[in-house]
Design a protein around this ligand. Sequence first.
Ligand code: PHE
Length: 357
Amino acid sequence: MVDFVALQADLTAQIEAAEDLASLEAVRVAALGKQGAISTLLKTLGGLSPDERREQGPLINGLRDAVQSAIAARKTILDEAVLAARLRAEAVDLTLPAPPRRKGGVHPTMQVMDEMIAIFAEMGFRVAEGPDIEDDFHNFTALNFPPKHPARETHDTFFFAPDETGERKLLRTHTSPVQVRTLMSQAPPIRIISPGRTYRIDSDQTHTPMFHQIEGLVIDREIHMGHLKWTLETFVARFFETEGVTMRFRPHHFPFTEPSAEADVQCDRSGGEMKIGQGSDWLEILGCGMVHPNVLRSCGVDPDLYQGFAFGMGVDRLAMLKYGVPDLRDMFESDVRWLSHYGFSAFAAPGQAHGLS
Ligand code: PHE
């Protein structure tokens, strides 16, 4: 015959003596675990006569309940002790002087992207996005790149290893594939900008393997070069926060625009500091042109009904210019000292009403 009183006293003493959660758990397993003392007793009930069971049942169950609540009570105390110890260990003395802290900030690229989006949004442009990992069709073919175009060479573009079907995906070399995705998925009129990351095998003071572009695309009936010039001149004046700028459009070649141009802004480099909108120097800032009829056709748009213009510019480059960053490579070093110097407050989002920068 089991001495329930003695067993309960023994288990309770062990519970009270448990100094930490691990030893409490060991006591619990020894009593209530599958092979535990109480569990073993519960298993004997089945082999007893009804009379014995009527007598033993409540005793065993009572023992189990008492031990369970003793364990729960002890656990609460031990949990509290753990928490108290942790709070003591992690205490911060608020009366001590704060150590100097490096302040992070909004990266100039992101700041400039937000500024650009704010300006174009006011002109009625919507933001469109596309994937960084592109296929040959969207990055090249649909944009009228001839099969042997040098951009398709591995020394210019990051290609992935071919997949099961033999297709080589690539890191997009420009944001222009978003033009293709937009033209194929929505009907004109279209007015979008597409900010994002782009990749080329290139690294020097003004080139990094990853950089950011903003693409623009406008498609409607009777869109012409005049609209392109006005849009870009208005944008550049607002972006550099000057009254007006003189721009120069130089003939250029892109497979996906015809005619194509590169645009320069008038600037003054004398005296060490670059000033936009005055002086006798020119600075190239973007590529643009009228969307090539072949591009429209590849995307199922009838070039006899619709025309439009596109432009693409380097966001990091414009950030360097506007905020005086000397080396593009530093922008992606993730050096918090650099960021605390060149970064922007996260609380001052650019907008037309309260200013851009
Ligand atoms: N995609 C071109 C580049 O990366 C820029 C561009 C975009 C030019 C749109 C014309 C029209 O160089």
